[in-house]
Design a protein around this ligand. Sequence first.
Ligand SMILES: Nc1nc2c(c(=O)[nH]1)N=C([C@H](O)[C@@H](O)CO)CN2
Length: 120
Amino acid sequence: MDQVFIKGLSVEAVIGVYDWERTILQPLVLDLDLGWDIRAAAAGDDLSATLDYAAVSQRVLEYVGTSQFQLVESLAERLAALIMEEFSVPWLRLRVTKPGAVSEASGGVGVLIERGVRTA
Ligand SMILES: Nc1nc2c(c(=O)[nH]1)N=C([C@H](O)[C@@H](O)CO)CN2
């Protein structure tokens, strides 16, 4: 399946299980692979026929930036459901990285989920 992707989307949110984390904003980085058949958009050179990565990015920034989850798992699950419902995305892969959580992990820590049905 074709994909529209958004890589390295940076946003700050209240995220974490510990008391000190409930009072600060922490950086998160999101990577999204979004299943979408791009052929109709390509044939017509038509934005309205594709998944607008700018519109998805804006919605994700709005949602995550005002969220207050404890676990990155919870954020990932809710965000995946929102994107699939609001943008009619049939399948997605979402990585949520919390860069500063484990200082020794230079590439960050977090979760990677896939949801939906990935058609050929
Ligand atoms: N699998 C997870 N492990 C941990 C999480 C999490 O969201 N998912 N969160 C924390 C703390 O909030 C941590 O980020 C504070 O540094 C610990 N482990």
